[in-house]
Design a protein around this ligand. Sequence first.
Ligand code: ADE
Length: 207
Amino acid sequence: MFEGVLHNSMMWKAQEQKAVEFRMVNLRDFGLGPRKQVDDTPYGGGDGMLLKPEPLFAAVADAKAYTPEAKVLLMTPRGQRWKQATAQAWSDSNDDYIFICGRYEGVDERIMTVVDEQVSVGDYVLTGGELPAMTIIDSIVRLIPGVLGGENSAAIESFSDGETLEFPQYTRPEVFNDMKVPDVLLSGHHAEIAKWRDKNSLKANKE
Ligand code: ADE
């Protein structure tokens, strides 16, 4: 799942610039027995399978061997909601992060003894932690100076000041299917344009 995302242009450029480095650890490599088992049924009954502790602990130890100081994150809807401000703070830091991507119905609770933070990307349940991890990684990496391409789009965009959503934007042509670009944007009056943009920035309606 990660290949496509980590090899896309922005993420690829960041790696080529040595702004970020990824190392993938496959839980299956630490599976038990000839079938490389990584999951099992929950004690006490219930539907679904849980990720077993042995492969999880071994995989985290393997990741820690490369980045001993890394913060260990568990992707879970129970976690702290991911925020732009955290993306900015982590992007500014030189820290390493280990993302544990839970799958199936959950993970054995004992993994919490090695988890530093639980992180959620929203109040909905996905089938695994891979998409949340990729979402978080993307939001951090694109803020590394030089990765977006020099323009100040990261600074003016949604959420960068914590509450403003990006203003509407238009490109050529001036008229498309009878829909015209607002005159003020064609006027060349920078102060008027700035006023219009401020007025048309939605205020975020989020907790
Ligand atoms: N795993 C499943 N759902 C999730 C979510 N909303 N956030 C983080 N990890 C998850």
